[in-house]
Design a protein around this ligand. Structure first.
Ligand code: HEM
Length: 199
């Protein structure tokens, strides 16, 4: 296929000091972008719709104040995130809460729990699209540090577009049957079935 003005063509053409990505490197990058870039965002969209279907008064509020849409996305990503934990390897012996954690241990940092921590943010146990987060508070859905999600702002943009459109068009949103979450332990949280109705 001839090169086009798209990401894959750019990746094939990329070159630094005569070095190009090999076929297996290309495949790895494309596979990562597909999983990291689409599975996450589409599952996050289903989580966001599920949250609003369960919180109809917040949907009504968003429809009456569409300028809240970006804040609503931020709150939905906090409330029902597509990722619940980020893995890390411990690089030196440490102690956490009285437990020895030797170097080399893989730990899962439960970012979803941290997002709901009422000590870190009073009222974190409520879904509130008008929320103003306190200074120093960090959303952990996209991880942190040098591995902080590369596509966080793209995901925010896509979700904001989707929510703006859906909230403008669907006056009343409700669950139309039992939602089926992805199986426990799935790396990305969403719904395999999410029947919704609107009027
Ligand atoms: C709502 C949607 C998304 C969520 C919840 C999400 C979540 C995450 C999380 C938790 C990490 C690991 C961060 C860490 O270890 O500290 C990550 C990494 C990453 N994400 Fe996302 N992500 C989303 C969308 C995207 C999109 C749209 C792209 C690309 C188009 C993307 C590309 C990446 C990449 C390349 C990494 C690896 C970064 C690194 O290790 O340096 N993500 N994401």
């Amino acid at each position: 296929m001839a090169p086009r003005d798209d990401m894959l063509s750019n990746l094939i053409a990329v070159e630094e000091e005569g070095d190009r990505l090999s076929a297996s490197e290309l495949l790895a990058v494309v596979a990562m972008m597909l999983v990291a870039g689409t599975d996450t965002t589409r599952n996050q969209l289903s989580n966001m719709i599920h949250t609003f279907a369960e919180q109809p008064q917040q949907w009504v509020l968003l429809r009456s104040r569409p300028e809240l849409v970006a804040r609503a996305v931020e709150e939905a990503i906090r409330w029902e995130p597509a990722t619940e934990a980020v893995p890390r390897f411990v690089i030196e012996d440490i102690e956490i809460g009285g437990h020895a954690v030797p170097a080399g241990t893989m730990v899962l940092l439960m970012s979803m729990s941290a997002n709901h921590d009422t000590v870190a943010m009073p009222g974190a146990d409520r879904f509130d699209i008008e929320r103003e987060v306190p200074a120093g508070w960090h959303l952990l859905t996209f991880g942190g540090g040098i591995h902080h999600c590369l596509g966080a702002n793209l995901a925010r943009l896509e979700l904001t577009e989707a929510l703006a459109e859906l909230s403008a068009r669907l006056p009343v949103l409700r669950l139309a049957g039992p939602a089926q979450p992805t199986p426990a332990g799935s790396p990305i949280r969403g719904y395999t079935t999410l029947p919704i109705a609107w009027s």
